[in-house]
Design a protein around this ligand. Sequence first.
Ligand code: HAM
Length: 455
Amino acid sequence: MRITRLRGFQDIIGPSAHTVSCVEHAARRVAELHNFSEIRIPLLERIELYQRSSGETSDVVEKQMYAFGDRDEAETVIALRPEGTPGVVRAFIEAGLDRSDPEQRFYYSGPMFRRERPQKGRFRQFNQFGVEVFGRPDAACDAELLIMIDELRRELGLELEFQINSLGDSSCRPAYRSALLDWGRANLHRLCRDCHERLERNPLRLLDCKVDAEVTASAPAIGDYLCDACRAHFSTVENLLRASGVRYSFNPRLVRGLDYYNRTAFEVVSGAVGSQSAVVAGGRYDGLVEALGGAPVAGTGFAIGLERLALALEAAQSATYPVPVVVLAMGNDLAAQASSLAGSLRLKGIRTDLLSPERGLKMLMRRADKLKARYALIIGENERARGVVQVRDLQESKQQEVAFDEVVDHVAAKFAANPGSADGGCSLQPANIDKPQAADAQTLFRDATRKDILT
Ligand code: HAM
C-alpha cells in the first residue's frame, strides 16, 4: 500500500519550489537592504505563548493549533508554531533586548502550521517570510514596512492591492468595541450563528464575516471612534505612502484575525490567487512585548505567505523560460568543453542546463523543447575544429554560428534588455563561484585533446 501525504500538506516540486525560493530570496534581499537582520526561532513553543498573543478567541488558537503533550513534562502542552510573531517577541524578551537594546529589526523565514480547511492557497503547512520591528512607535516605521512590500512587489513585477486601516488603541478601541456590541445585539436576528458567538467573545471579528458582509456594512466604523493620537498616526502613514507613490486603499472593515494589533493594520491582496487572496498581512502591536512579560516596547511587522505570493507570480509569469539556455555536446569527447561553456554562462548569471552527451541531436533537441529552453548552444566535432558554437534560438527557429570566445557575451547580450529572464524569470542571483574557472573555458575548448580534462 502506498503512503500518501496528509491533507493540507503539500510537496512543492521543481519549478514551483523554485518560484517559492525566488520570492523568498527577493524578500530577504529587500529586508537586508532595509537593515533587517535574520532571526531563527524554534518550530515548537509552549501553547501559552500563542494563547496570550494571537488570542484565546482567535481562530488560529481556538481551532487551528497542532498541539500535544510533552512526554517528559506531563503538564507542558507544546504547539507547532502557527505564525512567527509570538516566537520572535518571546526571543526578543528572552535575550533581554527589550531592556538592553530595544530598537531591533528582524526577519525570519520558515514553515508555519495551521489546521485550517485546505483549499487553493490555504495549506496546513505553509511558509512565511516575516519581519518584526521593535522600539519604533512612529508612523514612519509602519509606512516603511508598506514601502518595503511595494519594493518587493515591483521587483517581482506584480500588481497587488494594498489595503490599510487603523484599529485604534487602548484609549479609543473600548468605546468602539462597546458600540459594535450594542449594534450586534440589536441586529442579532440578522447575523449568522458564528457571528452570535463572535459577538460575545470578540465583536471586532463580526466585520471579518463573509456571510454577513451585507448586514455588517451598516455597523459602526472604527474610523469614527479613533482618538486624536491614533488619527494623527494614521494620517502620517497615509501621507508617507502617498509621498512614496505606494498605491493603497483605505478599508474600514479590515480588522485582522489575530488579537494583538493596534493602530495600523494592513493586508496586501492579489487578484490572481482565488479566494485566499491575502499574500501579505501585518500591522502594529504595541502592547504585545509587555503582555508577554517584557518592557513596554512598541512592535510592528508583517508576514508574507510565500506559497501564495508564488502562486500570484506563477499566474503573472506564464511566458517565462525556466531554463534560458541548454548546452549540447555531440559526444563524450566534447563533454569537458560543453561543461566549461555551461560554467561560463552560469558565471554570467545565466541559468544553464547541460544535456547528456550520450544522446543524438534529435533526442537532445526534444529534451531542450521539453525544458522550454530559449537558446540551445551546440558543440560538435566540426564546431570544435573551427572554434565556433551553433547558437539556436528555439523560439524563433533561427540558428547562428558564433566564435567560441564570443559566445558567452553574445548570449548574455540577448538577455541584457530583460535581465530577469536570464535566470529563469526570477530574481535569484547567480551563485558566487570563483571567477578564474570561466577563463579556463576558452583554453579547454581549443585543446580538446588534453588528457587531464577528458578522462
Ligand atoms: P496572518 O494574516 O495570519 O498574519 O498571516 C500572514 C500571511 O500568511 C497571510 O496573509 C497569508 O499570505 C499567509 N497565510 C496564512 N495562513 C495561511 C495558510 N493556511 N496557507 C497559506 N498561507 C497562509 C500573521 O501570521 C502575522 N504574524 C503577521 C505579522 C507579522 N503581523 C505583524 N508581524
